[in-house]
Design a protein around this ligand. Structure first.
Ligand SMILES: Cc1ncc(COP(=O)(O)O)c(C=O)c1O
Length: 385
């Protein structure tokens, strides 16, 4: 039997999304065609857009469907520099590569200056420093943008996004946040939170992979990243992924409408995991703020066990013992480079376990048993060496 504890990488597709996708397969028309079959497909796309906008308190015209979070992140930064006159981007060393590499690319083409907001050993950003920097640019009449993720996918730290957006507003800077790990897990009201750009990936909340959306506040006019036809009101070319969008819509509605009950359940599983790890391994280190329930994603726990992580390739060992977890983000797990987030914190790479509404305390029991088995295998190897 396998135990899946890698939900920050991706989640299983829920039944509601599967059903919506199967239904949408019959709506084979091209949403841009004006005949009845085209209109049927278009109706699916527009009804999902409306449902999302209702639940985020924004306008349907502010939602642009994309291939997922990476594209939405790339677009926000690229269009800010290419079309909106941004010459200074404030981001963080802890970003997902979707933002980090995009920022690096823009910086190396000398289109703009990239700055990393300082953070402490737990990954908490210095927002006062950020505010002072934005004030300096505002005084010089220079256009700036801030792009810091709402919650970190490896250690779970949650940013005070309202404070960041407030700084941006006061100093005339644009604000983008990679909301991929918080969308559908935390309430986001885009009327109250005056963020300019946000990103969503359906596969993080039981929707399909390869589909998501960008939120772009009304009044901001950037050229499309994907060029071609006039789909998505000219904002993103290419025939819409109708089946994927149908799955995204169903998963989005279920996740938001059941958010409180799911969050309470997942919090109890995470609390159990912290408790079990503390009891079995008093020397356990939790990376970032991941063990602080109110300051980190309830879906993520990142722990390091000196006795085990120093002496074994844990992700592979756990896999052999039936536990699916990761060393960092899915993009870096298995890579020899390790985790840029953990190294930026000056910590040692441990294991990230991540939960969904389907996770149970029995999954944690299975993890604890696997750790015990790995430990005893190590002791045997040591004794016979
Ligand atoms: C924080 C964060 N941003 C962006 C992405 C990329 O999203 P997608 O896989 O939809 O391109 C991910 C997914 O791994 C993520 O965790």
């Amino acid at each position: 039997m396998r135990t899946y504890l890698d939900n920050a990488a991706t989640t299983p597709i829920c039944d509601e999304a599967k059903l919506a996708m199967v239904d949408a397969m019959d709506a084979y028309g091209n949403p841009s065609s004006t005949h009845a079959s085209g209109r049927k497909a278009k109706a699916i796309v527009e009804s999902v857009r409306k449902d999302i906008a209702n639940r985020l308190a924004c306008s349907p015209s502010e939602i642009v469907f994309t291939s997922g979070g990476t594209e939405a992140d790339n677009w926000a930064l690229t269009c800010a520099v290419q079309d909106l006159g941004v010459r200074h981007i404030y981001t963080s060393a802890l970003e997902h590569h979707a933002v980090g590499h995009t920022a690096e690319g823009l910086g190396s083409s000398s289109a703009c200056e990239i700055y990393r907001v300082p953070h402490d050993a737990d990954g908490v950003h210095d927002l006062l420093w950020l505010d002072q920097q934005l004030e300096k640019h505002a005084k010089k009449g220079e256009k700036a943008m801030v792009s810091i993720m709402h919650a970190n996918n490896e250690v779970g730290n949650i940013l005070d996004l309202a404070q960041v957006v407030d700084s941006c507003k006061r100093h005339g800077a644009l604000s983008h946040s990679d909301t991929v790990q918080t969308m559908c897990h935390y309430p986001i009201n885009l009327t109250e939170l005056q963020l300019d750009f946000a990103a969503c990936a359906a596969h993080k909340f039981h929707g399909p992979k390869g589909v998501g959306f960008a939120f772009i506040r009304r009044g901001i006019h950037g050229r499309p990243l994907i060029k071609g036809g006039g789909q998505e009101r000219g904002a993103r070319a290419g025939t819409e992924n109708v089946v994927g969008i149908a799955g995204l819509g169903a998963a989005f509605n279920v996740a938001i409408d059941n958010m409180d009950a799911k969050a309470a359940h997942v919090r109890s599983v995470k609390a159990y995991a912290i408790d079990q790890l503390n009891q079995a391994y008093p020397q356990v280190i939790f990376n970032g703020l991941s063990a602080e329930m109110d300051k980190s994603l309830y879906t993520v726990l990142n722990f390091y066990l000196p006795s085990l992580h120093d002496n074994s390739m844990m992700t592979f060992q756990l896999d052999i013992h039936g536990i699916e977890a990761s060393g960092g983000s899915a993009c870096s797990s298995g890579s020899v480079q390790g985790s840029h987030v953990i190294s930026a914190l000056g910590k040692k790479v441990g294991t990230r376990i991540s939960f969904s509404g389907y996770s149970q305390t029995a999954d944690i029991d299975a993890l604890m048993q696997a750790l015990k088995n790995i430990e005893s295998n190590l002791a045997t190897i040591k004794a016979t060496a």
